[in-house]
Design a protein around this ligand. Structure first.
Ligand code: EPU
Length: 337
């Protein structure tokens, strides 16, 4: 294994930010990963997956360990279900296609989400009415300090909206090395209730869609709204949709009657941050090389040479304006480094 000093990270983060790692190593097997951890006990470490959910505002003064573990396979099946195990370094969308091509159901609504499999449980990724917690069985992870391997069950992961134990109780303690999903072989639970999917399938005149057709509809929607990180640096939704009290929501609704919302519980509602940001006039705005995407106000973009700090400043400006206008605090979904 080759540890490289002063390593450029531009190609390793989907925002395309120019920043450097003090040291960098890519690991291709669990044994190598254990060895790197063992041999660099005293070194500060930073774990890098697909780099699709972070904003680098400075160089990383640590040993960056890039998790490049590959492999996906069926580990068990019965008449109705199949258990698919994927190593952490597999590209998420390639895993989704791998399952759909074999007509395994469950991941289709999450087609084309950028990033690698190993980070999907951390923030319980989701799209179009589905989250990975719906098909997640367990994941294996290595304890950074002891190198012990631990299996986390779905219950232990404590999943919530873009939340899990890996962001809280065991934050920075484990490296996820593989994930197991339980998918349907028949009687697929096709979920096309999300407005955008319904509209896209109607447009294509599809009545009883196959998994592939649902996936293709999701791909078409994402491509029309969300920028491809290969063409325009971004990290997907920059903010979470805020969950606010019904009291606050009612107050805001008096002033902005057209505000959209989803009920979370009797006392809480979720409001679309993209809507708040668009109404505040930010959609499509550009500040130097940092900006807000023209088709989806929740996505901040790097037009080429923006620094992480510039993008962070734009995000702070948005947060400030949203708070002043609606009294709602919106929280970054992306990890700010
Ligand atoms: N909206 C606007 N203006 C905008 C963007 C959205 O008015 O610029 C409105 C839409 O009209 C719609 C509502 O806000 O009524 C929700 O928009 P959309 O369906 O595009 O979804 P979102 O809430 O903005 C979330 C996820 C996305 C995921 C989509 C689809 C979060 C933080 N984001 O976005 O996930 O793809 O739903 O399920 O929950 C990501 O996490 O990186 C991501 C892209």
């Amino acid at each position: 294994m080759n540890i490289i000093s002063n390593f450029p990270l531009k190609k390793y983060n989907t925002f395309g930010i120019e920043a450097f790692a003090k040291k960098f190593v890519a690991v291709h097997s669990v044994d190598d990963l254990k060895k790197v951890l063992e041999e660099n006990k005293s070194e500060k470490k930073f774990i890098l997956g697909g780099g699709s959910n972070m904003l680098l505002t400075k160089d990383i003064d640590a040993l960056v360990i890039h998790i490049d573990l590959k492999g996906k396979k069926i580990i068990k099946e019965d008449e109705n279900f199949v258990w698919v195990e994927s190593q952490a370094g597999e590209n998420w969308h390639e895993l989704v296609l791998f399952t759909i091509n074999q007509n395994f159901g469950g991941l289709e609504n999450m087609s084309l989400i950028p990033g690698n499999v190993g980070t999907t449980p951390v923030q319980n990724i989701g799209a179009y009415g589905t989250e990975i917690k719906d098909t997640f069985v367990s994941c294996e992870a290595i304890n950074i300090d002891t190198q012990e391997v631990k299996t986390f069950s779905k219950e232990e992961c404590n999943f919530g909206y873009r939340e899990s134990i890996f962001k809280h109780e065991v934050k920075d303690q484990f490296i996820i090395t593989s994930v197991v999903f339980k998918l349907t072989k028949r009687n697929h639970k096709i979920n096309i209730s999300y407005g955008d999917i319904t509209a896209e399938l109607e447009k294509q005149n599809i009545k009883n869609p196959t998994l592939k057709e649902v996936s293709n509809a999701v791909i078409a929607i994402r491509q029309s709204k969300l920028p491809d990180p290969k063409e325009l640096g971004n990290s997907g939704s920059f903010f979470k949709n805020p969950i606010i009290s019904r009291n606050l929501f009612n107050k805001v609704k008096l002033k902005f009657p057209e505000i959209k919302h989803y009920d979370v519980s009797e006392s809480e509602v979720k409001v679309p941050a993209g809507w708040l940001i668009e109404q505040a006039g930010f959609k499509g705005k550009r500040f130097g090389d940092a900006g807000i995407h023209k088709n989806q106000a929740l996505v901040l973009v790097n037009y080429g040479n923006a620094t992480g700090q510039e993008i962070l400043n734009v995000s702070k400006e948005i947060q400030k304006t949203i708070f002043e206008k609606y009294g709602i605090h919106i929280e970054a979904e992306v990890n700010i480094i």
